[in-house]
Design a protein around this ligand. Sequence first.
Ligand code: SAM
Length: 212
Amino acid sequence: MWVFSRMPSVHPAIAFSYPGIAEDVARLRRLLAEAIRLLQRPRLVEPSILNLACGRADETGVLIETLCLPEHGGSYVGMDLRVAEIQEATRRWKHGWLPHGRVEFRVADASLTQHWAEAADKDIIFVRHQNFWDDPATWDRIYRNAMARLKPSGLLMITSYFDREHELALACLRELDAVILLDLPHHASRPLPDAPGKSVDKRLAVIGHSGV
Ligand SMILES: C[S@@+](CC[C@H](N)C(=O)[O-])C[C@H]1O[C@@H](n2cnc3c(N)ncnc32)[C@H](O)[C@@H]1O
C-alpha cells in the first residue's frame, strides 16, 4: 500500500567509511525524493525492498527513510557478491532501521536464478552504481532475475556512474520488455577523479513492467 506523508531526515549518528559519502547519500536522498515526487509515488507501508549489488550499502538509511514508513515494518535485503562489504553493511545497518520489520544482508550472486529462489517478490529493487559494462552478459541475467521478482506495480531503480553505462543498462532493460518511467540527470552529482565522465549517482532511472 502506498501512503503520502512527510519524509524524515537522514539518521544523524551514522559514520561512513570514507570522506564525502555522507554528502553523497544526502544528495541521493534529494534525487530519490525528486523522482518520487515526479512519479507521484508515496512512501510504502510494509514494503519489500531489495538493494541489489549493494556493496557496503551506504544508502540503506536513505532508502528506508525515503521509500517507506519505517514505523510500519517491512523487509529490506541487501545482496552482493563481496563478503567484506556485506559484513560491513550488516554491522552498520542491521539494527534499528526497521524496528518493526527486518533488515538483512546476504552474500549471493544475483546473476544465478537459484540465488533468488527464496526471495519474495519486491516492491522496490534498487541498484546503485550498476555495473553493466563490466560484464554485460552477467548484468543481463541480473536484470532478468530482478524483473522476474519485481511485483507488477513494483519499481526497479538504478543509478550509474557514467552516462554511457546508464544508457547500455536501459537498452538492456528495454529488450527485457521493461518500461523506463523516469530518467533523471543528477545536477548536483560529485565528479570522481579516477575516470573521465565518472560521477556519483550521475543518473537515476526508474523502471517498471510494461502494460501496468
Ligand atoms: C560499482 S559497485 C557498486 C556498489 C554499491 N552499490 C555502491 O554504489 O557503492 C558494483 C557492485 O556490484 C556487485 N556485483 C557485481 N556482480 C554481481 C553479482 N553477480 N551478484 C551480486 N553482486 C554483484 C559488486 O560486488 C559491486 O559491489
